[in-house]
Structures are given as structure tokens and as C-alpha cells.
Write a protein that binds this ligand. Structure first.
Ligand SMILES: C=C(OP(=O)(O)O)C(=O)O
Ligand SMILES: [Mg+2]
Length: 555
């Protein structure tokens, strides 16, 4: 019988196909003990397996490129961690088999990470994947991962490890559904990069029977189980309509009555530039530079940074590129910057705060940006993450001036205090960029890494829309710009609402750009404003979405 489940749609498109589950069953090796003379052999086996898995992750990263590569390289580093291998060897020395030692050691490491705070939840999933891979290799079992099938299918998993999503064969995997994860989890970001429809945080996903037909709508978050022929036809019709709509909308972003809304891309490095250009991005609205820093225990050299930034800047002649300085801490901890122990890292020394504590790292990055832009016709804009007040904004603007940076300087609005006092921040800087992912996290006091709290991450929440409106109004009053670069901008309907709230540009993962462009082009600015007012007057995220939809479809 047909039933409809609702999760969080994180990557647009409709997929209809049979369920295939990811083979992620945790392999628990036996606790049998080894004889002392077997210790050297087991140590060798452990070392080889850990290195082989690390090398495989690096190779997958090289093939995947972009944000996926940085994530996979970070996983490879876990497998090559000297402390981990020392612990494995200690366990073998007292009688564990190689596989049991790896299993126990990574379990202990996992408990340590989990105990360090929920902010490491994403990393814990990556670590589990590393453990499963090494143990499977040692036991001679197939690697956990995407099932073999010669027929296209919908992939279902508790959560997807970056190693799997990065190399998904998109001709076989029609879409994916996960029980865990949120709109800003690795799986969601990678799904959008791949252009595969995806729904995350779907309760009951792992209980879907293998082979059942499901229809996944990555825009609405709906998963229809065993859809009737009529329902299948309806969804296929929606998919066809969307495709046709995409084909007709091209060029710069604008409403149907010509109100310009530049559509920019969020990127993690030069490897993401091609997709941004393909989607017709008018520039980059968020260059997350931390992907450059993730694979090391120290900051990359100024020279390496100049090379990387220049590759991106060269790709957008006459375009706009907004670079965010390093955003370390909380969900993106960096050994050389983040304090080792903080009771509450999301509220700790992260983003600009960590950079102001390490002025050398900030200075090097700003100098590298200044050098990268030399002689290029690009409009470089540089912004700081996690700015809470005017003193933060001033400190960042001072650092930019001291580094000789000739670029527009701005700040992200990710903390409610920054939205509340946006006008005061704009006395120090030239533009604002709303990071709605963190703004939701801090407005609702709900850790964005915790799947169980994903309802608070819904960017349709009227309280979040109020904060967006405040920042946009302040920027309008100061004659300055205020873009959105959080995931909110990638929802086509919400993009109309954000336009109606007065934001001046929208930046998103490249695959969402055509959808947003096509939807904006169907509505006037006045319609967007009415939809925004209706959404803000609602009492919940769901009602705000329904109210905006009704305004926009009824006109
Ligand atoms: C764009 C944002 O930054 P990130 O997701 O990288 O924290 C945000 O917080 O909305
Ligand atoms: Mg953020």
C-alpha cells in the first residue's frame, strides 16, 4: 500500500526506483587471543591494512576532486594517524588479533571524539567508515559500500560516508535516502555536488524493504513508498515539468519583472569551478577556504594559497568572487588553530575568533588573497565568519587594511547579535552575507550536527526569516549589499521569499542554480514580497512554506 514518508529534501530532482541498502553492517571481529610469536605478523597485517585503506581513500579523493577530495584526504589521515597505529600495536602486543586491535582502538578513539561534544558527529561517521574499511580488509570481507547492481536503484543507508558518495555511479544510483544527516551534513553537500536527488533525516529509512519501489522528491523531502501507477505518473510529470522549466531559463538571475538577483556559487576550491560555470553562476558567493587547510597540521604556505586563490579568481573575469577567510572550529576543528578542549565548541573560539587569536594565520591568508588578485579584472570581496559585534567587524576590517588588501570587506551574519545590530556592523564594513546554516543553529540553540534537532535547521522558520529581514533592511538603509550564502538560498521557493525580504544576491551549490533561476523568473518582485510577508506572518516553518507556496502559485 502506498505511504508517504517525509524527511528533509537536500538535493533537487525526482527519482523513482527500487530500494537497495548500503552494506554498512558493522563487522565485529572475534576476541580470540594470539600467541606471543604471532605478534610481529599481526602488527605487519595491521600496518598494511591501515596503509592500504588510506591509499584507497586518497585515490578515491583524486578521482572525485573538489570538496569530496578534502573530506576523503581527512579520512585517510585518520587511518594514518601515528597515535592510532601506536595504540593498535599496543593492543596486539598484549594478545589482540590485528582486526580486533583496530576495531577496539577505533572504538576508543570514537568514544573520545563523541565525548568531545556533538560538534564532531560528522567526523564520527567518517571515523566509523574508516574502521569498517580496515576491519573488512583484514577479515577478507567485501568493503562496505554501494551494492552491486546492474539495474538503477535508490540507495538507502543510515548515513553515507564521503568515501561512498564521492564516487557514486550516477548512471546507476537514481537518488539516495538516509535515516540520519541534516541539510548541512557531508552527505547533503556531496549529493548536491553530484546532482543526485536526495532526502536525509527520513525516519524509518533503514527499515524500507530491499527491492521496494520508492519515489524520492529531493525538493519537498517526500519519499512515497510503493507509489501507485497514478502517483508515479504524477511525479514523473513533475520531473518533466521541472526539466522543461530549467531548459527555458538561462542568463543572469532576475524576477519576471526584471528585478536583478545575482545567482552565485558556493565552492570549496578550484575543482568546483567547472560545475559553477556550467550552471551559469555569475560569480562565487562563498569560497569556503577551510578545505585548503583541512589536510594539514599547519596552515598551507602563502605561495600555495596564492596559487589556489588565483585559479579561482581567474575563472571569473569581470565576475564577483567572495572569499571567506578560514572558518575553523566547532564542526571544522583544526589542530593548529582550535583550542584542544572547549566545553561547548560551537560557542567557543571558532571562525574569526580563532583567527584573531592567531593573527599570523589571518595575515598570511589576507596577503595571499591580495597577491592572488593582483592584475586580475575580478571583483574580489573578502568576508569573515562568526562575527558577533561591531568590535569583531572593526578588527577584521583593520586586519584587511593592514594586509594591503584591495577588496571589498564584509562580514557574515551567522550570529543573531550580528543581525540585530547589522546597521552598526555596516559602519565598519561594506557588505553582509547571511550564513543561514549557522544563523539557524544559534537562533534556535540547536547544534546543526545533531540529526534529531534537524527541524530547527529548517530555514523556513519565521524567526529566522525575521533575522534575515532585519539584516537586509539594515543593508538597504545603508545603501550596502546583503547576500545569502547559507543553504536557504538553494531552495527555489525560499529564494523567492529571500528576494522579497530584500536580500541582494543568492549563493548556493552549483546544481541548485538552474532551479532557483527558473523559479525566480516566474514571479514578480511584488509577488515575492507578498510571499515573504505571508511566510513571516506564519507560526511555523511548515506553515511559512505552505503560505509562500500558496501566494506564489495562486497568482
Ligand atoms: C554558509 C555558512 O557557512 P558554513 O555552512 O560553512 O558554516 C552558514 O553557516 O550558513
Ligand atoms: Mg557558517
Amino acid at each position: 500500500m502506498e505511504t508517504t514518508l517525509r524527511g528533509v529534501g537536500v538535493s533537487h530532482g525526482v527519482a523513482i526506483g527500487e530500494v537497495r541498502h548500503m552494506s554498512t553492517a558493522e563487522l565485529e571481529p572475534s576476541t580470540a587471543r594470539i600467541a606471543p610469536q604471532d605478534v610481529p605478523r599481526e602488527r605487519k597485517r595491521a600496518r598494511r591494512a591501515m596503509e592500504a585503506v588510506a591509499a584507497d581513500l586518497v585515490a578515491r579523493g583524486n578521482l572525485a576532486g573538489g570538496e569530496a577530495q578534502a573530506v576523503l584526504e581527512a579520512q585517510a589521515m585518520m587511518a594514518r594517524d601515528p597515535e592510532l597505529s601506536a595504540d593498535v600495536e599496543r593492543r596486539i602486543a598484549v594478545g589482540s588479533t590485528a582486526e580486533r586491535a583496530v576495531y577496539d582502538s577505533l572504538h576508543a578513539y570514537r568514544a573520545l571524539l563523541a565525548g568531545a561534544g556533538e560538534y564532531l558527529a560528522g567526523r564520527v561517521a567518517d571515523l566509523d567508515d574508516v574502521r569498517n574499511r580496515i576491519v573488512a580488509r583484514l577479515l577478507g570481507m567485501p568493503m562496505p559500500g554501494v551494492p552491486n547492481s546492474d539495474k538503477p536503484f535508490v540507495l538507502v543507508a543510515r548515513d553515507l560516508a564521503p568515501a561512498d558518495t564521492a564516487l557514486l555511479d550516477t548512471s546507476l544510483v537514481l537518488g539516495f535516502v538516509t535515516e540520519e544527516g541534516g541539510p548541512t551534513s557531508h552527505s547533503a553537500i556531496l549529493a548536491r555536488a553530484l546532482g543526485v536527488p536526495a532526502v536525509v533525516a527520513l525516519e524509518g529509512a533503514v527499515d524500507l524493504a530491499e527491492g521496494t519501489v520508492v519515489a524520492v522528491d529531493g525538493s519537498t523531502g517526500e519519499v512515497v513508498v510503493a507509489p501507485s501507477p497514478e502517483q508515479r505518473e504524477r511525479l514523473a510529470g513533475i520531473a518533466r515539468e521541472r526539466k522543461a522549466m530549467l531548459a527555458t531559463a538561462t542568463g543572469p538571475g532576475a524576477t519576471s519583472d526584471g528585478h536583478r538577483m545575482p545567482l552565485l556559487a558556493n565552492i570549496g576550491g578550484p575543482a568546483d569551478v567547472a560545475a559553477a560555470l556550467d550552471a551559469g553562476a555569475e560569480g562565487v558567493g562563498l569560497f569556503r577556504t577551510e578545505f585548503l587547510f583541512l589536510d594539514g597540521r599547519k596552515a598551507p604556505s602563502e605561495k600555495k594559497q596564492v596559487e589556489t586563490y588565483r585559479q579561482v579568481l581567474e575563472a571569473f573575469p569581470e565576475g564577483r568572487v567572495v572569499v571567506r577567510v578560514l572558518d575553523a572550529g566547532a564542526d571544522k576543528p583544526l589542530e593548529f588553530l582550535s583550542p584542544s578542549e572547549e566545553p561547548n565548541p560551537a560557542l567557543g573560539v571558532r571562525g574569526l575568533r580563532a583567527l584573531l587569536d592567531h593573527p599570523d594565520v589571518l595575515r598570511t591568508q589576507l596577503r595571499a588573497l591580495a597577491r592572488a588578485a593582483e592584475g586580475l579584472p575580478v571583483y574580489l570581496e573578502v568576508m569573515a565568519p562568526m562575527v558577533a559585534d561591531r568590535a569583531d567587524a572593526r578588527a577584521f576590517a583593520d586586519a584587511c587594511r593592514e594586509a594591503g588588501l584591495r577588496a571589498e570587506v564584509g562580514v557574515m551574519v551567522e550570529v543573531p547579535s550580528a543581525a540585530l545590530r547589522a546597521r552598526s556592523l555596516l559602519q565598519e564594513v561594506e557588505f553582509l552575507s547571511l550564513g543561514t546554516n549557522d544563523l539557524a543553529q544559534y537562533a534556535f540553540a540547536a547544534d546543526r550536527q545533531v540529526g534529531a534537532l534537524s527541524r530547527y535547521q529548517d530555514p523556513w522558520q519565521p524567526a529566522l526569516l525575521d533575522l534575515v529581514a532585519m539584516a537586509a533592511e539594515a543593508a538597504g538603509a545603508e545603501g550596502k549589499s546583503c547576500g545569502v550564502c547559507g543553504e536557504a538560498a538553494s531552495d527555489p521557493l525560499l529564494a523567492c521569499v529571500l528576494t522579497g525580504l530584500g536580500v541582494t544576491s543568492l549563493s548556493m551549490g552549483a546544481t541548485a542554480i538552474p532551479y532557483v533561476r527558473a523559479t525566480l523568473a516566474k514571479h514578480t518582485l511584488a509577488q515575492c514580497e507578498r510571499a515573504a510577508a505571508a511566510a513571516r506572518a506564519s507560526e511555523s516553518g511548515d506553515r511559512a512554506r505552505a503560505a509562500a507556496r500558496s501566494v506564489l502559485s495562486g497568482e
